[in-house]
Design a protein around this ligand. Structure first.
Ligand SMILES: CC(C)(COP(=O)(O)OP(=O)(O)OC[C@H]1O[C@@H](n2cnc3c(N)ncnc32)[C@H](O)[C@@H]1OP(=O)(O)O)[C@@H](O)C(=O)NCCC(=O)NCCS
Length: 178
């Protein structure tokens, strides 16, 4: 299977609605109560407003079907939301590609997300994408927070002997990815 990832424009709200309603219907327990407010019963006005307050990426399969979604809210601190891959498209690396797209757009900023505390598969998935649990006690909606620290913020490079250590990035001429 091949997939293409598309950022949605506000006028694409109906495509997003279709995927989101399917996600909430098929995996209701994966989403916090507050997410269900924007579901099948929500009026068009609410969908249009909601899509204008976030960035939404959809994945489209080779037959043109929308099979996965992810959203991002928060500026300057990006929060990944609404992650869902249709069952027929799972375990092919698509979820990882969507997370990587969000992380790539975040650049040198950390990315956070909330995940239902009992959703062990999703927690394992996010760990594989570089996120770590930041909270251990579920909040009022039953979610835990995970964070992916931006690489440039975590790297501490050994300084040459006799010179102080510097943090926050690689020495001149080296990439943070090395
Ligand atoms: C969690 C979810 C997004 C993963 O999507 P996916 O496209 O299947 O994930 P990928 O194929 O990119 O998986 C990448 C890696 O994540 C890990 N992973 C994925 N699904 C996993 C699962 N169910 N259990 C444990 N690890 C998992 C694996 O390491 C996997 O690598 P592998 O396929 O080589 O084993 C998808 O299962 C889903 O939509 N679940 C229901 C909704 C949900 O829980 N959303 C999260 C809301 S916070």
């Amino acid at each position: 299977m091949t997939f293409r990832i598309e950022p949605l424009a506000p006028e694409d709200w109906a495509r997003w609605r279709q995927v989101r309603v399917r996600a909430l219907g098929e995996d209701p327990d994966a989403f916090a109560c507050s997410a269900h407010v924007l579901g099948a019963q929500a009026p068009e006005r609410q969908w249009r407003e909601a899509i204008s307050t976030r960035r939404v990426l959809l994945a489209v399969d080779e037959h043109g079907r929308d099979v996965a979604m992810v959203g991002v809210v928060g500026d300057p601190d990006p929060e990944l939301i609404s992650m869902w891959v249709a069952p027929e498209a799972r375990h092919s690396g698509l979820g990882r590609r969507l997370v990587d797209a969000v992380v790539g757009e975040a650049g040198d900023r950390d990315v956070t997300l909330r995940v239902m505390a009992q959703n062990a598969p999703a927690i394992a998935f996010y760990r594989g994408c570089g996120f770590e649990l930041e909270t251990r006690t579920p909040d009022a909606e039953g979610t835990l927070t995970m964070r992916r620290v931006a690489p440039s913020a975590t790297t501490t490079w050994p300084a040459p002997a006799g010179r102080p250590r510097r943090s926050g990035g690689p020495p001149p001429g080296r990439s943070a990815d090395q």
